[in-house]
Design a protein around this ligand. Structure first.
Ligand SMILES: Cc1ncc(COP(=O)(O)O)c(C=O)c1O
Length: 353
């Protein structure tokens, strides 16, 4: 069976132009030092420019980029503040605690956005030295658990101002920042330029096989380079990954097509019994469906779906997640919708009997 695989946009394959660039890089001489490779240098310069930051560094994953940023901005015992459902808090194996030795204080919000007053209240300076200092704020755009909600530059700037007043840095987990930029009609630098640092995935909708970039001030990137080495993230030779990343950075305006296929899926599900699409204020390429209890939970639902050749992932107590990317065409969405309709109506009949 050939599957329609909606589990993540990291499943996207390199386009022909990227593959050609990678072949060219594979045949060129490799650099020896940690930042010597010419493909890596071009990628890092281009990423820094696009993200409105002084410098940038290539890393193997966005998880490592978030961890490197946490290590660079904090000391053990400090507090990190961010939405309780951020990827960094939930899906990075507690790296902030285990490796950086910091506490994560989760704010509640809607679609990854917490009121500015909550940031201010949670980061008010400690009355005395008995309290841990808040040294780092974390925002995420687009917000994965917030249904792919695109958070824009105005909110990033407002939170950055609170961080500055509290003596903290603001790290932006922009794993899908380019999706957010396209959805909002803002430039990547317009969203990320006001943050102290930003991490971006190259392997998601942008289509590189792996890699992420961490961008920030020059001194921060110097620290990040040493921390990356300490964590074993200094990849050499690196030209294959760097050249794919460089090609990926040209590809971001295409992401609008993935938002259209996601909208097609979201709208197509709207009338189906027992399936309620989650509607973030600014949707991107992620679709969350809230399931009625009669489906037996997200695991059972995804298992049943996979029997009909459609793959999605359980995403919490009553949610499943679908992500669109280059290989998910409008007709693939229509086929998935037929399967979803069959599953929804079959369960409805069984429920009624
Ligand atoms: C918001 C967010 N941040 C970070 C990551 C981690 O990316 P990586 O798989 O490159 O470690 C992901 C992965 O899906 C993500 O969704």
């Amino acid at each position: 069976m050939t599957y329609l695989d909606f589990r993540s946009d990291f499943l996207s394959r390199p386009c022909a132009r990227m593959a050609k660039t990678m072949v060219e890089a594979a045949l060129s001489p490799a650099g020896f030092g940690l930042r010597e490779d010419p493909w890596q240098q071009r990628l890092e310069a281009r990423a820094a420019e696009l993200l409105g930051q002084e410098d940038a560094l290539l890393l193997p994953t966005c998880t490592m980029a978030n961890l490197v940023a946490t290590l660079a901005w904090t000391r053990p015992g400090d507090t990190v503040l961010g939405d309780a459902t951020n990827h960094l808090a939930i899906s990075e194996a507690g790296g902030y605690a285990a490796v950086a030795g910091v506490e994560y204080r989760g704010l509640s919000g809607a679609f990854g956005v917490s009121p500015i007053g909550d940031w201010q209240a949670a980061s008010a300076p400690p009355a005395d030295a008995q309290r841990a200092a808040v040294r780092l704020f974390v925002l995420e755009t687009s917000h994965n658990r917030g249904g792919g909600n695109a958070i824009g530059g105005d909110h990033v700037d407002a939170v950055a101002e609170v961080a500055r007043a509290a003596g903290a840095a603001l790290h932006l987990d922009g794993s899908r920042l380019f999706n957010a930029a396209v959805a909002l009609g803002e430039t990547p630098a317009g969203i990320a330029g006001g943050a102290s640092s930003v991490a971006v995935s190259l392997n998601k909708g942008l289509g590189a096989p792996s890699g992420a970039v961490l961008a920030g001030p020059r001194g921060f990137i110097e620290d990040a380079l040493r921390i990356r080495q300490r964590l074993g993230g200094g990849m050499r030779p690196v030209s294959l990954i760097a050249s794919a990343g460089l090609a990926a950075l040209d590809d971001w305006p295409r992401l609008g097509a993935d938002h259209e296929t996601a909208a097609r899926l979201r709208e197509g599900c709207r009338g189906l019994p027992g399936l309620a699409p989650v509607d973030p204020p600014v949707p991107t390429n992620i679709v969350l469906l809230r399931l009625a209890p009669r489906f037996g939970g997200p695991e059972a639902f995804c298992r049943n779906l996979s029997r009909d050749g459609v793959l999605a992932i359980p995403f919490g107590a009553d949610l499943v997640r679908f992500v669109t990317y280059r290989d998910i065409t409008p007709s693939a969405v229509d086929r998935a919708l037929q399967t979803l309709a069959r599953l929804a109506t079959t369960h409805e009949r069984q429920h009624d009997e």
